[in-house]
Design a protein around this ligand. Structure first.
Ligand code: G3P
Ligand code: CA
Length: 359
């Protein structure tokens, strides 16, 4: 509830702050396949990415984490236990908190694991996160490397003649750096090796970590003669999405509050080409059918020349907000009423069809 209250407060602040420009910097709306076609096949597997590709989104997303031997793999969590059988294959390798960290395993070890549809443990049993989705532990899926996925997308760009981009997210750079790993530098090196070097490249590089975004913009990219498009993901402070280590080495939540206040978008725009907010940061959950309340965030970002790509659009039971009639209505509210430039969705086929039919 705190999040909803904050969203409403943020909206008032932004709306009251100034007269923002009304048009997007780029009128062509995009679809980002969130973790691939993750509504239909296990997230971040190569089959889910190939299926997403066939649906012809503009971009396919990769969440990227690092292994013990400094390889980059595509996984949403920096843990292995939500989507693999790591607890069965390596039962003694959990940390004290009970989690299996990707950074504690070599790529060779991770390649021994099977990937499944995501699950949580409840009363000692695996419970599928999205029960209507792909059945757990069927067929055989693996964790791909970042390079394997890029090669597959670029390979299909060649064979099919499309120009589908990549949208990698550097996961928890604050954690990786604390563990002695410079994941951002490694991600940039791979991007450069595969030809993603400048603003014209079909890539958006995203992270929740503002300090790291600044470092990428001010230090890493200039040192590597790179200048790709950057996206600042937005979270609420109490999600503990980004942490900072204090002088005693204790991790404390990074405060995102300034991003939502007057002048926040101006500061972000010094480093980023776009923002990736959570949906309620754009359309207030206090909205009702016929009374959509915009927070003002889109106009604030557009006024600074940034694109806005909110996450995550899902059509599963219970995932359509009360203010929308159905999935298409939700897309209409965001693309047309809120004027966002793109959406992250687990259902890329449906967003592509929506935009196509609108044209
Ligand atoms: O990166 C955009 C969106 O994917 C952020 O949420 O948690 O799915 O990475 P998450
Ligand atoms: Ca992501």
């Amino acid at each position: 509830m705190k999040k909803l209250w904050l969203a409403a407060a943020i909206g008032s602040t932004l709306l009251a702050s100034s007269a923002f420009a009304q048009s997007a910097p780029d009128n062509s709306k995009i679809v980002v396949a969130h973790r691939g076609a993750s509504a239909y096949l296990p997230e971040h597997t190569l089959p889910a990415k190939a299926m997403a590709y066939a649906m012809r989104p503009d971009f396919i997303e990769q969440d990227v984490v690092m292994t013990k031997d400094d390889k980059l793999v595509v996984l949403h969590d920096h843990y292995l236990d939500r989507v693999t059988n790591v607890a069965e294959v390596f039962p003694d390798r959990a940390r004290k908190d009970g989690r299996y960290y990707a950074i504690d395993f070599t790529l060779d070890e991770i390649k021994q694991l099977s990937v499944t549809e995501g699950f949580n443990i409840k009363d000692g049993k695996q419970v599928q996160g999205f029960p209507e989705r792909y059945p757990m532990w069927t067929s055989d899926f693996k964790v791909p490397t970042f390079e394997e996925e890029i090669e597959m997308i670029q390979g299909m760009n060649k064979t099919l003649g499309y120009d589908i981009g990549i949208y990698p997210e550097i996961k928890a750079p604050w954690f990786h750096r604390h563990e002695g790993k410079d994941i951002s530098k490694a991600v940039l090196k791979v991007l450069k090796n595969y030809g993603y070097t400048d603003k014209a490249s079909k890539v958006f590089l995203q992270t929740f970590d503002f300090n790291e975004l600044k470092r990428i913009h001010d230090e890493l990219m200039p040192a590597m003669s790179m200048d790709v498009k950057l996206v600042q993901l937005m979270a609420y402070t109490d999600w503990n999405e980004t942490m900072v280590y204090d002088s005693k080495g204790q991790a404390q939540p990074y405060s995102y509050d300034w991003m939502f206040a007057k002048g926040g978008m101006e500061k972000v725009a010094k480093y980023a080409d776009g923002i990736g907010p959570w949906k309620p940061m754009v359309v207030s959950d206090e909205s009702t059918k016929g009374n959509i309340k915009l927070t003002g965030l889109v106009n604030a970002a557009h006024a600074q020349g940034m694109q806005v790509h909110p996450y995550t659009f899902r059509a599963d039971t219970g995932r359509i907000p009360a203010y929308a009639n159905d999935f298409n209505d939700m897309l209409d509210i965001f693309y047309n009423t809120a004027n966002v430039d793109g959406v992250f969705t687990d259902f890329p086929d449906r967003a592509v069809n929506f935009l196509h039919n609108k044209k």
